[in-house]
Design a protein around this ligand. Sequence first.
Ligand code: NAD
Ligand code: UDP
Length: 354
Amino acid sequence: MTILVTGGAGYIGSHTCVELLQHGYDIIVVDNFSNSRPESLHRVKQITGRTFQTYYINLLDKKSVEKVFLDHQIDAVIHFAGLKAVGESVAVPLQYYQNNVKGSLILFEVMEQFSVKKLIFSSSATVYGNPKTVPITEDVELRATNPYGRTKQMIEEILLDTAHADSSWSIALLRYFNPIGAHESGLIGEDPEGPPNNLLPYISQIAIGRREQLRIFGNNYPTADGTGVRDYIHVVDLAMGHLKALEHMQKNHGIEAYNLGTGKGYSVLEVVDAFERVSGNQIPYTFVKRRPGDISSCFADPAKAKKQLAWQAMRGIEEMCADAWRWQRNNPTGYRIISEKTPMQKPTSVFLMH
Ligand code: NAD
Ligand code: UDP
């Protein structure tokens, strides 16, 4: 089976490419490297000993997307490509709607044109907004509270309408909770540009000496220790969720949403503690006021994915921190030493890399 992976050079995409290749799938990667580097894909090849084609294209360029489908017999698409920074989406919403919603529309139109109707879409727990109760089940009302989350919610709605209009589509909307960690090889991992917004990369960069101290956003939440609670999930467990969804859609049509989380929430202080234990490094921190838009507590009810996809997260918080630390320790500046960042630009032609 040949799987087209959009955004395959990114954090979750690269880990999913590894699992796909190791489980016998062939892959084609599409990425414009706006938030990633080609080096991640070289590492995927190094880990798996397998090769694949990569198209350096922007999903907004429909002709180039069509070329990929003309060049290959694609069986299913896993669509990771998108911009993902909540704060940035508030500052430049039109860029987010353009890149995420329009890019997705173009992809879906081309899929329909070529009768490729199996799709896994990277959605997010952000679509739940500020949940009334936890754990969160898939059937609660979606109420995203920022432009990034609304792009995910809109794309989900576009896909719901598409699947209802044409019952031959098989679509899995995977709502990720908080992916952290890295592949156990230490060769691929999360490599944010600039100061990290997310907790784990920030902690790892303190441990490696690139940042001074963690600012913990709020210690007066209604949680056990007052700091925010999230459902952290190992990125390899998350990647495996995509393989399980692919298997499921061989036999099932229609559209379903699934929470991919562990079902267990950890506070910021618990994560700091786990990271200190596995890395042997102290993480200095200070409490500052709450980050605007943050919620108190968010964790999944992952029962639906367990029942229907036969998937559940296997790795605990210590393994997540240990793997994140191995990646950071082995690659203090991420992928930067090896390759210079490809500038953000809209390519004018399809550039094919082997
Ligand atoms: P990432 O930024 O590391 O990867 C996204 C990839 O998409 C990058 O390689 C980027 O260059 C590429 N891309 C973006 N726009 C593109 C375009 N128009 N054309 C071609 N390529 C494009 O992000 P990630 O953490 O791997 O996330 C993957 C997906 O999962 C995203 O859709 C994100 O919104 C979603 N998600 C991520 C998280 C998280 O915490 N990491 C949580 C929930 C959902
Ligand atoms: N957080 C923090 N300091 C940071 C980054 C994050 O205290 O520098 C907290 C944040 O308030 C939240 C948790 O860590 O309670 C996870 O934040 P992240 O941004 O990683 O995920 P999200 O809030 O998007 O779920």
